[in-house]
Ligand binder design. Structure first.
Ligand SMILES: [Zn+2]
Length: 1075
């Protein structure tokens, strides 16, 4: 009698209680309740036991992460299962000795090592074998196969490196919370056992069957067949009789065999294993290096075991870590990469944020990433791969194509919390119109588990069925690493072509998927511009110091690079800053050194001639700026040489005046003494008397100028900036362009542009008002600010105003605010002599809990859109909440400026290190500081300094010079005391079209002698033209290039310069070959 037949007479057949039957099935496979009587009881032939394993441990002191060779020399002591190891972030090396008992002969023996934390198994000769993930959850993976066929009496020795953290760090009472630093992790098991592989497979089969029951339509044949089959399995299996497991497996095998390879379904899935590893998240940076090794070593093992599977890994930085720290593992990765199964992907250095980095920073992600992949794996990546970042800049399509990639993958917009993104496979067109074939995995995840639900969702959620029947499925645990588990690969085999499912699936290479999509799709629709992410809008502001460091570093390194490139390009000057070699030094030191080297090329140093040398790294002339010169640089120069000193006496002020008498782009001698009247046409006034300001410098792009400090003469006898404190409670500051009135709290009462006769402050409102908003998001504390925060805000405490400086070159007001009971703000309000700009130089001591500080300017402008700077251009967003897509953008990212213009006039709000803006109605808001408590409990507490400015301008944005104003506010003229025996005036580049910005000047990556210079231009306003570029460098030839610095078309060099045509928002790279 077969056991599939009733053992007693009169048993019922399956009744029509669908839901009760489904629950019965679920109870049968679950772990936890009923373990001893359900399928769980069958999973082991020999249950794991610790008695065959001996353990010793070496706990590394001081939370150090040490190499294998050092670890094995540690002092190991006996230990055992049940002990706990910590504290958080500490490392414990286990020496594991296994003696396999004779009863395991001929069996596959596995080690089960569960440290409740992450771990890596090493061979005794230092080869990383596989990563383990202890504890519970879907990431759990604690098995390692010691042998597929034991002899009995086998002896194994291994080392296991245990990290005292879980896959998502060590959050206190929740993974996202600040880490609990005193956590200890219990060693739950260090056992060997023999799995019942048939039972394990049966468990996967039942999971799939239950998935078919639940996720296919209940009236479908396959759902019903699956229900019947799974229920039959439950009836067959008696946990104490292994034969019944085998019988049940025959039933499931038959179910799948009779339904497999039944032809292609109408939707085709390409399945790619991956384990997304956040380079920085809930664990120390050094842990990321180990995560990469743990994850990838495990995946190499799975590629062996499942010979059709593929695995994609991104981020050149993580590859470089593994290459240098785990060379043996890296060799294996290269071997599988050759077969197209371990797939380097993405083309970038890390999976970067795409909101805040500058245009050039994004270019460098690809330049360094692609170069790395090409040098190690012989090819550049074609797929830009960014599953988990928080919005996608409108310039990315152009940058992606210019970096020699063709395709783009993400799924993150499925996290939108207001609108559902309408496309799956589409063309994404950037600011300049360049488009890139884009696919969002319709399973809406990059951590798919490979189940029926995901496969069906890939079809139901394919929003472009009309145009394509293909999709990608990214499976494998992620964020903290991990990747696919064997069970996922087993399920993929079962599901890949199963009748009744709406899709077939096969393992594949993402690039092949895109090429196929490109060939077979038809009439794909186009999405133009930014892929705004409707979540995580707080990230523009949280961790303000990192944002500040980002902006400052980008622009400081830009200066260093320009100066360094010019040194290389200049005969006899040898200075090539190697950023990554010298990054330990401050950028400021590097800039100073490069600047001094370059200045020396003009004349020999003469210590008797004191001079100031000024460097302007922007691609236009600078004038009407007040430069503060550090008096300590000037030795014995009398401070009275200056028309004005800073209120603290440390700086002398110099007005950079407008004049252009020295031949452009030439080295010239500037004799200020002789020319002072002619060169200093700046005028001031008092009682209608006009007079000359004391000193002018002449500046244009990349011009180095020296003047003798001795020539600074104080001839000013009157006020240039007028400060009037006579009106009750009000302070008026006046120069020839504007009149501004502040109240006694530093709030802007009135701002009149004299030439236009306009009041800028909205009638009845005050500007420069600090607002505090309650800022309690729904879950992701540091990431999210939610739309309702705008409903609950109040004015911060008002301050008191005093006048620090009254001119003639600048006025400085100082206001002190007690913002709240806990936080204070001190602000210097600065107005220069010949400028319409008001600068707010701000210091905040910030101690809040879930409060958001913003500054607001209600302005006299009416317009439905505002303009925000983005990478190599700008984007415009609505200033109203008409529909849900408008509303979703209640907080947006901008770089150096946001502009709000109507016909004929506009106002820009500039900043030097902020990224969060919101222009709504007629109110311009800049986001200043947040105070989230997780994952960093101390985020943004303490002192902050930042600057912002209000800059009104004639003409709407397109007619304005706001792009330049944004740069100038962020890129100060560099003033050095570098001495030279004669004045110098050297201009290196001139661009004759004001909308074409020369942003980058660098030595080409492959130019060993520094004689190939790469220039990167961008069109900043959305216009076109032909620009003439003149240069003092001795050019032999020039080519149009790209981000990868490939040589493309020749550019005709004529009269020491060249002409280039350009279109709206184009990023143009030109490579110069110097003589
Ligand atoms: Zn992530």
């Amino acid at each position: 009698m077969s056991s599939t037949e009733p053992r007693t007479a009169g048993l019922n057949t399956m009744q029509k209680h669908r839901n009760i039957t489904i629950e019965r099935l679920e109870k049968f496979v679950q772990e936890g309740q009923f373990d001893d009587v359900n399928l769980t009881a069958t999973l082991w032939k020999h249950r794991p036991e610790s008695k065959f394993v001996t353990l010793q441990v070496y706990s590394v002191p001081d939370l150090k992460r040490i190499p294998f060779d050092d670890a094995i020399k540690g002092k190991f002591v006996d230990t055992h299962v049940g002990e706990s190891f910590g504290p958080t972030w500490s490392t414990h090396w286990f020496k594991v000795t296994v003696d396999v008992p004779y009863e395991f002969a001929n069996e596959e023996v596995v080690l089960v090592f569960d440290s409740s934390s992450e771990a890596m198994i090493w061979s005794t000769d230092g080869e990383p074998l596989t990563g383990l993930t202890g504890g519970g959850g879907q990431e759990r993976h604690v098995d390692y196969r010691l042998t597929s066929k034991a002899k009995g009496g086998d002896h194994f020795e291994l080392y296991i490196e245990v990290a005292s953290n879980e896959i998502f760090g060590a959050g206190h009472g929740g993974f996202m919370n600040p880490p609990q630093t005193d956590r200890y992790y219990r060693l739950n098991s260090a056992d060997i056992g023999v799995k019942n592989n048939t039972a394990h497979a049966l468990k996967q089969d039942l999971d799939i069957l239950i998935g078919l029951v639940k996720h296919l339509p209940s009236d479908s044949q396959t759902s019903s067949d699956a229900l019947y089959t799974a229920n039959r399995v439950v009836n067959i299996v008696h946990p104490d009789d292994p034969k019944t497991v085998e019988e049940a497996t025959k039933v499931t095998d038959e179910f799948f065999a009779s339904r497999r390879d039944t032809g292609y379904s109408l939707h085709q899935i390409t399945a790619v294993g991956n384990c997304h590893i956040d380079t920085a998240w809930l664990w120390p940076f050094d842990e990321t290096k180990r995560k990469a090794a743990r994850s990838w070593s495990r995946q190499i093992g799975l590629l062996d075991e499942f010979p059709r599977s593929t695995f994609a890994a991104s981020q050149a930085q993580q590859f470089e870590w593994v290459e240098s720290l785990y060379p043996e593992l890296f060799k294996k990765m290269k071997k599988y990469a050759k077969d197209g199964r371990f797939i380097p992907i993405g083309g970038t250095w890390v999976e970067m944020d795409c909101n805040m980095p500058s245009g050039e920073a994004l270019c460098r992600q690809f330049l360094y990433g692609q170069r790395y992949f090409e040098s190690r794996f012989g090819a550049r990546c074609k797929v830009f791969w960014l599953p988990d970042t928080f919005g996608y800049s409108a310039q990315l399509p152009q940058i992606v194509r210019e970096a020699d990639l063709r395709y783009f993958f993400t799924q993150k917009l499925s996290w939108n919390n207001i609108n559902r993104f309408p496309h799956t496979s589409f063309l994404w067109a950037g600011l300049d119109g360049t488009s890139v074939l884009t696919h969002f995995s319709p399973a809406d995840t990059y951590t798919a588990q490979v189940n029926v639900e995901e496969v069906t969702r890939a079809v139901t959620n394919n929003k472009d069925k009309t145009y394509s029947n293909k999709s990608l499925l990214l499976y494998g645990n992620g964020d903290g690493g991990g990747g696919p588990l064997p069970a996922m690969l087993y399920r993929l085999e079962r599901l890949k072509n199963l009748q009744g499912l709406p899709a077939t699936a096969k393992s594949g290479h993402p690039q092949d998927f895109y090429e196929e999509l490109e060939k077979t799709s038809k009439d794909l629709v186009t999405w133009k511009g930014e892929l705004y992410f409707e979540l995580h809008r707080g990230t523009y502001t949280s961790q303000a110091k990192i944002k500040k460091g980002n902006r400052k570093s980008e622009l400081l390194l830009r200066d260093v690079e320009i100066l360094s490139a010019l040194c290389c390009a200049t005969k006899g000057v040898d200075y090539n800053a190697k950023f990554y070699d010298e990054i330990a030094e401050t950028g400021g030191v590097m800039r100073k050194r490069a600047f001094e080297k370059l200045a020396q090329s003009f004349s020999s140093t003469d210590s008797s001639a004191r001079a100031l040398t000024v460097f302007n790294s922007t691609s236009w002339e600078r004038q009407n700026e007040v430069v503060a010169v550090d008096l300590s640089l000037l030795g014995d120069v009398s401070a009275t040489s200056f028309a004005q000193r800073s209120s603290d006496g440390t700086h002398g002020l110099v007005l950079v005046a407008a004049a252009n008498k020295i031949g452009s782009f030439s080295v010239a001698t500037l004799d200020l003494k002789a020319l002072s009247q002619e060169f200093v046409p700046v005028t001031g006034r008092k009682n209608d008397q006009y007079f000359a300001a004391p000193l002018g410098f002449l500046h244009s792009f990349l011009k180095v100028i020296t003047t003798n400090v001795d020539d600074l003469i104080d001839t000013v006898d009157g006020q240039y900036v007028l400060v009037d404190e006579t009106k009750q409670q009000l302070v008026t500051v006046d120069n020839e362009l504007i009149t501004v009135i502040f109240d006694s709290h530093g709030r802007l009462r009135s701002f009149v542009d004299k030439s236009e006769g306009r009041e800028i402050v909205a009638p009845g409102f005050l500007g420069n008002v600090f607002k505090i908003y309650e800022d309690i998001p729904l879950f992701w504390d540091a990431w999210d600010v939610e739309v309702y925060h705008l409903e609950k805000g109040w004015d911060a405490g008002v301050g008191t105003l005093e006048v620090l400086e009254k001119g003639p070159l600048r006025a400085v007001l100082q206001v002190k605010h007690p913002l709240t009971k806990h936080s204070t703000l001190t602000q210097k309000i600065i107005i220069n002599a010949r400028s319409k700009l008001i600068e707010f130089d701000t210091h905040v001591d910030w101690h809040e809990n879930r409060k958001f500080l913003k500054v607001e300017f209600p302005v006299n402008i009416t317009q439905d859109i505002a303009t925000y700077e983005t990478q190599f251009g700008y984007i415009q967003r609505p200033t109203h909440y008409n529909n849900s897509w408008d509303l979703a953008r209640f907080e947006v990212c901008g770089h150096k400026f946001a502009d709000f213009s109507e016909f004929g006039y506009g106002v820009a709000l500039l900043n030097d290190c902020k990224y969060g803006y919101a222009v709504h109605g007629n109110v311009m808001r800049l986001s200043l500081l947040r105070s989230p408590k997780a994952p960093d409990f101390h985020a943004d507490m303490g002192e902050h300094t930042f600057r912002y400015a209000l800059y009104p301008h004639k003409g709407a944005f397109l007619e304005s010079d706001v792009v330049k104003a944004g740069y100038e506010f962020n890129v100060p003229l560099v003033v050095s005391s570098a001495s030279a025996s004669k004045p110098i005036d050297q201009q290196y580049f001139k661009v004759d079209k004001s909308n074409l910005v020369l942003d980058t000047v660098k030595v080409a990556e492959d130019s060993a002698d520094g004689k190939q210079i790469v220039l990167r231009f961008y069109e900043a306003y959305g216009g076109r033209g032909v620009a003439r570029v003149d240069t003092a460098l001795n050019i032999k030839s020039a080519v149009i290039s790209n981000i990868m610095e490939d040589d493309k078309d020749d550019v005709e060099v004529k009269d020491g310069g060249f002409s280039i045509g350009f279109g709206p928002f184009k990023v143009i790279t030109v490579k110069l070959y110097l003589a």
